[in-house]
Design a protein around this ligand. Structure first.
Ligand SMILES: NC(=O)c1ccc[n+]([C@@H]2O[C@H](COP(=O)([O-])OP(=O)(O)OC[C@H]3O[C@@H](n4cnc5c(N)ncnc54)[C@H](O)[C@@H]3O)[C@@H](O)[C@H]2O)c1
Ligand SMILES: O=C(O)CC[C@H](O)C(=O)O
Length: 332
């Protein structure tokens, strides 16, 4: 059957890279026909039309139909996937709090629209920042959809961490696996390589034993990944877009087709209180294994050092703080 995939913020910069990849079959496969639904706000209707024209002009075989709209009723009707990108990005000088205030109401409205109009099996990926808390807002506003159908993007952080390690070791990016991102998609996230491995030829070794520099791994490596989004904003005067779109494709592809073998990937999921002492009630990034079709389970039994524990708690605390702030904004 045809897949109906919604991308919000479809006139924006991330969408400009993302829409092509989805329409080209890079996410759901070349044999899967896709109806692409594109939502943006009314003032962007003209730009949206231009993007529709370009998608048509790509003449892609797996793109069955394009629907562009500025109303949530039409956008969320009967969708299989909702990729929620549309939100204000942080610019230089803006705090996360400013962003939460501006964006929280978008995700409440869209959560309600998911509840009302989407398939109950819809898979939701929240990208718009603050991604974890926006995801929690959407989930809360959509009680008829299972909580495990809501995730937020931390794959960009995982890709950043993986590429930092690969560059340090002088190996290609695909040699490095099982890096973990814990917690918030923010500068308190904990990129963790304690369980990561690097494959050179036929031999697989731990990243820690290959890097042989714990000071770097526990210091500069972590801060580089934590601050990478801000560094891109400072350099481009715009938020990351090409790399964000690529990470969205990786996330959704793995959610659709599943992870391979004993490999895992990180995504922000609803914390039900049973993973690694992370309390219930926030969207927190953990390593997951995914079955074909999308059922996922958090990877269990990983040893957690005292250093990791304090980092994991710090990012959880930030998320509970954001949750409180979001609740205040919503009630005022
Ligand atoms: N989680 C991540 O890893 C990650 C990475 C990069 C960017 N982001 C976030 O993604 C978001 C989008 O970034 P961008 O660079 O594409 O921004 P952008 O400003 O280029 O595009 C955002 C688009 O969303 C639209 N929009 C605003 N409100 C909307 C609504 N209610 N419904 C539908 N569309 C709406 C805007 O009109 C605009 O076209 C930002 O919040 C950014 O911070 C997240
Ligand atoms: O606003 C930020 O600090 C980050 C923007 C984006 O989420 C990224 O990670 O590139």
């Amino acid at each position: 059957a045809d897949l109906k995939v919604l991308v919000t913020g479809a006139a924006g910069q991330i969408a400009y890279s993302l829409l092509y990849s989805i329409a080209n079959g890079d996410v759901f496969g070349k044999d899967q026909s896709v109806t692409l639904v594109m939502l943006d706000i009314a003032p962007m209707a003209g730009v949206l039309e231009g993007v529709v024209m370009e998608l048509q002009d790509c003449a892609l075989p797996s793109l069955k139909k394009v629907i562009s709209t500025t109303t949530v009723e039409e956008a969320f009707a009967d969708i299989d996937y909702a990729i929620l990108v549309g939100a204000m990005p942080r610019r230089q000088g803006m705090e996360r709090k400013d962003l939460l205030k501006a964006n929280a109401k978008i995700f409440k409205e869209q959560g309600q629209a998911l509840d009302k109009f989407a398939k109950k099996t819809v898979k939701v990926l929240v990208v718009g920042n603050p991604a974890n808390t926006n995801c929690l807002i959407a989930l809360t506003a959509a009680p008829s959809i299972p909580k495990d159908n809501f995730t937020c993007l931390t794959r960009l952080d995982q890709n950043r961490a993986q590429s930092q390690i690969a560059a340090r070791l002088g190996v290609s990016n695909d040699c490095v696996s099982n890096v973990i991102i814990w917690g918030n998609h923010s500068s308190t996230q904990y990129p963790d390589v304690a369980h990561a491995s690097v494959k050179c030829g036929d031999t697989e070794s731990s990243v820690v034993s290959c890097v042989k520099d714990d000071n770097w791994l526990n210091g500069e490596f972590i801060t580089t990944v934590q601050k990478r989004g801000g560094a891109v904003i400072a350099a481009r005067k715009l938020s990351s877009a090409m790399s964000a779109a690529k990470a969205i494709c990786d996330h959704v592809r793995d959610w659709h087709f599943g992870t391979k073998g004993d490999k895992w990937t990180s995504m922000g999921i609803y914390s039900n209180g049973s993973n690694y002492g992370i309390k219930e009630g926030i969207i927190y990034s953990v390593p997951v294994r995914i079955a074909p079709g999308g059922a996922f389970t958090a990877v269990t039994g990983l040893s957690i050092s005292d250093f990791a524990r304090s980092k994991m708690d710090e990012t959880a605390e930030e998320l509970f703080g954001e949750k409180l702030m979001a609740m205040e904004f919503m009630s005022s």
